[in-house]
Design a protein around this ligand. Structure first.
Ligand SMILES: CC(=O)SCCNC(=O)CCNC(=O)[C@H](O)C(C)(C)COP(=O)(O)OP(=O)(O)OC[C@H]1O[C@@H](n2cnc3c(N)ncnc32)[C@H](O)[C@@H]1OP(=O)(O)O
Ligand SMILES: O=C([O-])CC(=O)C(=O)O
Length: 379
């Protein structure tokens, strides 16, 4: 029997110059720059340009892109109409997936895959997607659409369109950090999906639509939402001490592992000794816990982490600190993975362009294990 690598685990399928995930050094580089340095010092807009072009922008390049991004933020009327047709109790990832598909169908350059058109479509999608998730959260709450504001940067504006109020700088900063950390992660399942679709010479919006489908699952992006379901199952008690919350979380985890449950937000296919992005995201979560004065959330976080480490030695992944961070900011739980879409559009579209520039149809082989050739039964 052929040596089959289930889930393509450990298989190197292509080269990439976009990011380097190094589990040995527990590091992640975007185009050579450590992600924690980018998260500390750079805007989402700068990171987007870095991922797409390979270099950090100079002042003129950044100013041009910032102007473009601010001019392309408003929710398109066709997209709004399509969203309004979807039930308010469907999953917001279905809304995001549908919205990107509608954007593609309406884009005048949908079938133009030249490098220039591709970059323009990537930038427009990056600019336009936040309005989808912001509008979706608001319509579910019975609130009206909030128009984008051109005087706000990307991170400030996403929060503005979602909540209709300017957020304090600490909150904006934690949100910006999450977007930078979520932007790109080499050949993860959704990015690989986007590359498979691109490899057939399909268009950018089709590739992103497919990637959203792959991101939705709880073994991938859906884990940030699932983390919050765990917290809710344990029970969030705003007046509880950190210690009491930690004790309840530990007991919950011990019980879950005794039942052989998989607990989302822990483990990773590539990192086996911790996720390079967790310390930076955890620091942002700590700042939010302090800002909102919610020590019991830290108790739940620590209790689960400690019990998982003691029982199985498995470390948290990025979705673990990101989930409670978004919760504290006021996002509805089901909106967490659409936030991941907003960020990962940067990485997906960079990979779509890289795949197209050096394409080969992605079509692996399988070993057949079904019945041998046989005769049809007589009619
Ligand atoms: C941004 C991201 O997408 S990060 C990933 C987000 N996904 C999650 O958080 C989902 C939970 N985690 C998991 O399911 C896994 O760790 C994965 C899918 C991410 C990676 O898994 P793989 O590399 O395929 O490892 P696999 O699932 O085979 O796990 C290896 C062992 O660790 C255990 N394990 C791994 N993760 C977990 C977990 N979260 N909870 C409990 N046990 C776990 C498995 O049960 C398995 O144990 P066994 O050998 O006794 O059967
Ligand atoms: O790399 C992976 O398999 C999943 C992940 O962490 C990501 O996509 O950010």
């Amino acid at each position: 029997m052929t040596d089959i690598k289930k889930g393509l685990a450990g298989v190197v399928v292509d080269v990439t110059a976009i990011s380097k995930v190094n589990p040995e050094t527990n590091s992640l580089l975007y185009r050579g720059y450590p992600v924690q340095d980018l998260a500390a010092h750079r805007s989402v807009e700068e990171v987007a340009l870095l991922l797409w072009t390979g270099e950090l922008p100079d002042d003129d390049e950044l100013a041009r892109f910032v102007a473009f991004e601010r001019a392309h933020r408003a929710l398109d009327e066709n997209v709004r109409r399509a969203i309004d047709l979807l039930p308010v109790d469907c999953h917001p990832m279905d809304v995001g997936r549908t919205a990107v598909s509608v954007m593609g169908a309406n884009h005048p350059k949908a079938e133009d895959s030249s490098p220039e058109a591709e970059l323009e479509k990537a930038q427009a999608l990056f600019a336009a997607f936040p309005a989808v998730l912001a509008y979706d959260q608001r319509r579910r709450r019975g609130q009206d659409l909030v128009e984008p504001r051109e005087d706000l940067d990307y991170a400030e504006n996403v929060l503005w369109m979602t909540f209709g109020e300017e957020q304090p700088p600490e909150v904006v900063d934690a949100f910006r950090v999450s977007m930078v950390l979520y932007a790109e992660h080499s050949f993860n399942a959704s990015t690989f999906t986007a590359r498979v679709i691109t490899s057939t010479l399909s268009d950018l919006h089709s590739a992103v639509t497919g990637a959203i489908g792959a991101l939705k699952g709880p073994l991938h992006g859906g884990a940030n939402e699932a983390v919050m379901h765990t917290f809710n199952e344990i029970g969030i008690r705003a007046d509880e001490s950190r210690e009491d919350a930690a004790a309840r979380a530990k007991a919950w985890m011990e019980d879950a592992l005794a039942q052989k449950k998989k607990v989302m937000g822990f483990g990773h296919r590539v990192y086996k000794n911790g996720d390079s992005r967790v310390p930076t995201m955890k620091a942002a979560l700590d700042r939010m816990i302090e800002h909102y004065n919610r020590p019991e959330m830290l108790g739940l976080y620590d209790g689960l982490e400690e019990a998982m480490a003691e029982a199985k030695g498995i470390k948290p992944n990025l979705d673990y600190p990101a989930g409670p961070t978004y919760h504290l900011m006021g996002f509805d739980t089901e909106m967490f993975t659409p936030l991941f879409i907003a960020a990962r559009i940067m990485g997906w579209t960079a990979h779509i362009m890289e795949q197209r520039a050096s394409n080969s149809l992605i079509r692996p082989l399988s070993e057949y294990v079904g019945p041998e050739q046989r005769e049809l039964p007589a009619e």
